[in-house]
Design a protein around this ligand. Sequence first.
Ligand SMILES: [Mg+2]
Length: 360
Amino acid sequence: MKIKTARLYRQSQPFADGPYICRGQTEDGFDSCIVALEAEDGTIGWGEAAPLGAFYAEAFPEAMRAGIERLLPVTIGLSATAPDRLADALNHAMLGQPAVKSAIDMAAWDLAARVMDSPLSDLLGGADGDSVPLYRSIGQADPDAMAQKAQDYVRRGYRRLQVKVGADPLEDVERLKAVRAAVPNDVPLYADANGGWLLEDGLRFVDRTRDIDYWLEQPCMAYADNRTIAQRCAKPMVLDEGLVTLADLLRAHQDGVISGATLKIARIGGIGPTRLMRDIAVSLGLKVTIEDTGGSTINTAATAHMMLSTPKAHRAHTVDFMNWVTVQNATGMPATAEGMLFGPSGPGLGITVDPDLFLQ
Ligand SMILES: [Mg+2]
């Protein structure tokens, strides 16, 4: 069976908890790209990718839409059940640009799984259990405000928190201290700088937080700087923005920099390439977080299938973007509860996408 039509939709997705501040930049929501690939029998596969504005990743919504429009014709006539071959065709037609390819790749995997009448997680190795721990991210603000938000998230059932740092390192120390003091000791904290520090900022931060229990995530953008910090810091380190290709992952592991990997589907280029890095990270003994740069229900369902098909012992946590925003684009995702994300049932992503929810 072949793909007969390919369409791109757009959905504006305001944040439910107000503006999100990261690396000093403020965003009010996601500007999401939704791709539909339809097979000859009418089965439709769905994919979603949304960059966080233009500052966060090497992608921005206007360019993502232009790139997707350019690539969609490439998918027409390809097999509806061969997502890796579809990825080959995208890579042949366009060099690089993984974020542009992500929603198309996701739709190809959903379509293949739906045509095979199989949950997507089965195509990715099979689900290990039915739920995944969630984290919530606390954007940069005054330490007291961040501590209050942390307590609010813990009250709402989240048991893992990410504290956004990456600004003035001494103020960041106060942010981490305030949040650590505000939540129970068994709530893991990830101090995530999103690559916002220079080397000296990161070194000062880790020197002043030796007595606090936390994980350190992507302190600097430059790999050499993160390696230097890892050599001087006893905290477990996770890289996120610095992991784009498999070569990045292998180098960081070989150098002893990371104990965990955060893989964002759009940054890596979709379900297929993320699955490859995930499986190798697992085989290297790393903890894995699979999430994305943004989206709503479709994206959250894809994240759930990727995480559920990651062995439990190697899972860190993930995000529930459908709860970060005020709009949905599908039905059938189980509600989150007690800080856990549950996988949907049914073929493909297991959700029913409703274009009425984004065709306004
Ligand atoms: Mg991160």
